[in-house]
Design a protein. Sequence first.
Length: 284
Amino acid sequence: MHCDLWPYIHSMNTTLPTFFVSHGGGPWTHMDEMKAPYAKTIEAFSQLQHRLPAKPKAILVISGHWEAPGFTVSTSEHPPMEYDYYGFPAHTYNIQYPAPGSTSVAARVRELLSAAGISSQEDAKKGFDHGTFIPLGLIFPEADVSVVTLSMKSSYDPAEHIRVGQALAPLRDEGVLIIGSGLSYHNMRGFRTAGAMAVSEAFEAYLNDAITDPDATQRLQKLANWTSAPSARAAHPQEDHLIPLMVVAGAAGGDAGSRLLVDKVMNVAMASYQFGATPAPLVA
């Protein structure tokens, strides 16, 4: 089914899944030499639209590249690009992802957070960092769906981010696709080193066990207690790229997760997950 033929059927109470995607390193989608190592990710992400029961009216992204002292929501109608990486080819600083923002969706996000007793702020200048425009460039290449971003809180409290996700769960029935963008392994000194694959696989096995637990209470407890996992701090010396998973797992409510894929790049395993909705087969 082509995405341009998908109806907006949210009046029928279609519940969208939530996704956690491992977005890879820097602007790799725009570097020819990097496309072959990421071939599995490219194939899978390009088919994620086909896993949706309906085309979303908007996307809410929680990126591992945006944190603030308090939860902050982007409100720009025309978000600028943020090239938050260093030392890459000149052309990667001209990448464009011209999706619009949405003040109405941003307001709804803040309304839901406020109703749950969670304070938030607005940022009218925040643009798309590479944790947003790199995966969305593969998942929604037409850039025809409004995108709003929500920051992490710099305390990185996993339980607090789970609670944020729980507060935002109604968005799933309102046509808003919630995506957490990070990495299942993020140790900048560990990539490509001996032993990194074993560390990343051990930690991912814990994450997979946690997200697939059919008991929602146990599932969220395992995620909140992620530091007890094998190789936890070796996989995430700082948890900025893991915390977006907490938000999407909280938003999933009673829906357990499943692996979308595990790709092996830079000598580590990078996993992406889906919560809710019966997964459609990926198109070969």
